[in-house]
Design a protein around this ligand. Structure first.
Ligand code: DGJ
Length: 747
């Protein structure tokens, strides 16, 4: 049993032996929070876990005869504002005509096996009811004639609980929501480091940390996308927790638009965490007999450090978020022509690239931006989804066939959500662009955004894209999105409904994804937003891989991929080997290092194979063969971060197979050290202590405990005088070690 319910005391305990989440109904009928963390033994009564003490000082209390009962000091599940809690609330809702302080009281609960889907929204799912249990709590506000439903799902074999909320208007008058979080969590203390992922274009998801302090600390996006700048991920870790040990709570929001994740620390040092749609500019009119559903919040608890937290996210997304057909599918090694040609290509060039790449063992060719309309640079044609016959005179179908004749699959780039002012579509339908009529339209990369809150526009894109998928027998689509939203206004919505725009827009995007992925389940989607500007679990539900960053520099990618791995599995990260000097940093990392970084993701190339030397071609052939040999391990294995690029000149990480019989270790050193230390080792993780592992390419075997306690010996480094006797040296060096378990110790 995953959910214990004490009906008499009205207490709820969700536990799977790894985590416990406990709450109850308080005397005012609201839900009070009791505990969240490492699993507790179940008992009949947990009410003593609620601190219940008469507060000193200027505090408020609800009942004349009970000065200890004030919402300012009680931990709650989904707090409101207005009657004695002065912190920011989880929600705010009212009638349009009369004022009222929300007062939702417990009505009933419902217990479900498995997990219901969220209508129109990406969310985790179960395939078998035994994988999870769900508890829905219904609360009611008699004055508003509204039902608030809080949904909690606990997964059987993972330290994961998901939450969401919905509000149903059961009356006859319209209601207006202007704040509606997916989850709120009151923690009893503030002794946490807040860890989050921040950056910008070409340096996304760098790891940031700060201690919680009294006041509000938050990360957010108001860009109409989850953004390059803040990822909808946040962790609270105990200060002493490391990658390998200690307590960490991780939160991820399954949403791709404006979000808010905040922690409010009050004067008693309690910490209130909140995750949801950003309330700024958000308003939702809930018509009688209709509902509003929040997106889902994923909550992970780990007592095995940050790696434990990440592994739980990775497993959850592999088993319960990524679409079924991609869970175990082999992701093709692809070559993308963007950095090879930019807009300057034609059929002959593409076919030659395909032939040359196919000889190297590469499996899929992606034709990136510039194949449609008259797009020779980024100033035109978005929206004109018909082939440019100047570049591809025989059409797309012919190109696709020629590519497939080389033995490669064919993939295509789209940016469906955009419209160029210089396009046939804009000339025909200027009102399809997002913007306030009569006001200036701000450009981003010379383009405007299509109003995806409109059904007719979503339908139009569906028709265009599905026709091309059929015509070309597409195996893959890169769905790009290269600007954030300004003048967010839909010409189809009433003025008083414009607060719904951002959310309606992303629902339109989700709908198009849903229709295309269900109609064409064999097409692999890779999401992209100027690189990693929408790398979030909402997108991952439809597109199992995402272009991690436009920055393909292997050294910068150490930071980006390290940070991304906090929440997202390796095989969701598009990672490619590109040419040098690198187009984003001008850095010249060796080809070996470029591949050694890119292996830890969904591997590919972003260069012109026709410009390679024979020696480079040989090396790339070997890289492709190496990845093919190990890609199942990279897809299914447990990932461990070992050395952080944010703290060290060295980075290291590894993947261990579930049965711990093999592992792949990546080690990287950014700058060379003169006269380096003699004894250089790398301590590994996750191995079987009693198994002997052979390091591929050497005769050396180590036992698992040696590798984890003493470490893997790193090959001899150049020290200025060891002439021909060194195995590595120089800047940007790296090595990937494959360890194969050979035998168990016989005692
Ligand atoms: C941004 C993407 O991240 C790139 O990979 C490329 O597809 C360009 N857009 C094309 O315009």
């Amino acid at each position: 049993m995953l959910i214990h319910i004490n009906q008499e005391r009205r207490q709820f305990h969700l536990t799977n032996g790894q985590v416990s989440y406990i709450f109850h109904v308080m005397k005012n009928g609201h839900l009070g929070h009791l505990y969240y963390g490492k699993a507790l033994r179940h008992r009949e009564d947990f009410s003593h876990l609620q601190t219940y003490d008469v507060p000193t000082g200027a505090t408020t209390h609800i009942y004349a005869d009970d000065p200890a009962f004030g919402l300012e000091t009680l931990r709650q599940e989904y707090p409101a504002y207005g009657n004695s809690d002065f912190r920011e609330p989880a929600f705010s809702v009212n009638k349009l005509t009369e004022n009222h302080i929300p007062d939702f009281s417990y009505q009933s609960y419902q217990l479900l096996e498995g997990k219901p889907r969220l209508e129109g929204l990406p969310a985790t799912y179960t395939e078998d009811n035994a994988e999870a249990s769900t508890l829905q709590i219904i609360l009611k506000d008699e004055f508003l004639h509204a039902e608030l439903s809080l949904t909690y799902t606990i997964f059987r074999d993972k330290p994961v609980i998901t939450r969401s909320a919905s509000l149903k208007n059961i009356g006859t008058e319209e209601l207006m929501i202007d704040r509606f979080m997916g989850a709120s969590l009151d923690l009893p203390d503030k002794d946490f480091m807040m860890v989050h992922l921040a950056g910008t274009w070409s340096r996304e998801r760098h790891v940031k940390e700060r201690m919680l302090e009294m006041g509000i600390q938050s990360i957010s996006s108001l860009r109409g996308a989850s953004s390059h700048h803040h990822n909808p991920f946040l962790a609270l870790k105990r200060p002493e927790a490391t990658e390998h040990t200690g307590e960490v709570y991780g939160f991820n929001f399954i949403y791709s638009s404006n979000f808010l994740m905040q922690v409010e620390v009050d004067h008693y040092d309690t910490a209130r965490l909140m995750v949801g749609i950003h309330p700024f500019r958000f308003k939702w009119n809930v018509k009688p007999q209709s509902s509003f559903q929040s997106p889902e919040v994923v909550m992970v608890f780990s007592d095995q450090g940050l790696n434990g937290m990440s592994q739980a996210f990775h497993r959850l997304y592999r088993d319960h978020l990524i679409q079924t057909q991609w869970k175990k599918a082999v992701r093709p090694i692809l070559i993308n022509n963007w950095e090879a040609t930019y807009f300057d290509f034609n059929e002959e060039k593409m076919v030659n690239i395909a032939k040359s790449a196919s000889e190297l063992g590469i499996e899929l060719l992606v034709l990136d931006d510039g194949w449609f309309g008259k797009r020779n640079d980024d100033t035109s044609s978005l929206g004109d989804w018909h082939v440019d016959l100047n570049k591809l005179p025989n059409g797309l179908e012919s190109l696709a066939n020629k590519i497939m004749e080389t033995g490669m699959k064919f993939g295509l780039w789209f940016e469906p959500e955009m419209i160029s002012p210089n396009s046939e579509l804009f000339r025909e339908h200027p009102e399809w662009a997002v913007g306030v009529p009569g006001q200036h339209y701000t450009l981003g990369r010379n383009q405007l955004v299509l109003d995806f809150s409109r059904q007719d526009i979503v339908d139009y894109l569906y028709d265009k894209m599905s026709a091309i998928i059929k015509e070309t027998n597409l195996a893959y689509i890169k769905w790009d999105m290269n600007r954030n939203m300004t003048e967010a206004f839909s010409q189809k919505l009433e003025v008083q409904q414009q607060g719904e725009f951002f959310h309606r827009y992303i629902l339109g995007v989700y709908q198009l994804y849903e229709r295309l992925t269900s109609e064409f389940p064999r097409v692999l989607f890779e999401s992209c937003a100027g690189g990693g500007g929408r790398f979030d679990p909402g997108m991952m539900y439809y597109a199992p891989q995402a272009w991690t960053s436009d920055d393909t520099d292997a050294i910068e990618r150490l930071k980006i991929q390290y940070g991304t791995s906090f929440a997202y599995p390796l095989y969701s990260m598009g990672s490619h080997v590109s040419a040098i000097p690198n187009h984003q940093t001008l850095r010249k990392a060796p080809l070996e290092t470029r591949a050694n970084t890119a292996y830890f993701g969904t591997f590919g190339y972003e260069l012109d194979p026709l410009k390679l030397t024979e020696e480079e071609r040989k090396e790339i052939k070997d890289q492709v063969a190496f990845y093919k040999e190990h890609r199942n391990l990279i897809r299914d294995g447990q990932f461990y971060r070992l050395l952080s690029p944010f703290a060290n000149n060295e980075t290291a990480w590894m993947v261990v197979s579930e049965d711990r019989s093999e592992a792949l270790v990546g080690w990287y050193k950014v700058l060379a050290t003169p006269n380096p230390k003699k004894h250089q080792t790398l301590r590994l993780s996750g191995l079987d202590e009693s198994k002997a592992y052979q390091v591929a390419g050497t005769e050396q075997t180590y036992y698992g405990d040696e590798l984890m306690i003493v470490g893997l010996m790193l090959p001899t480094e150049f020290n200025g005088v060891n002439g021909g006797n060194f195995e590595r040296g120089g800047d940007f060096q790296s090595q990937v070690f494959y360890l194969k378990g050979t035998e168990n110790i016989v005692n």
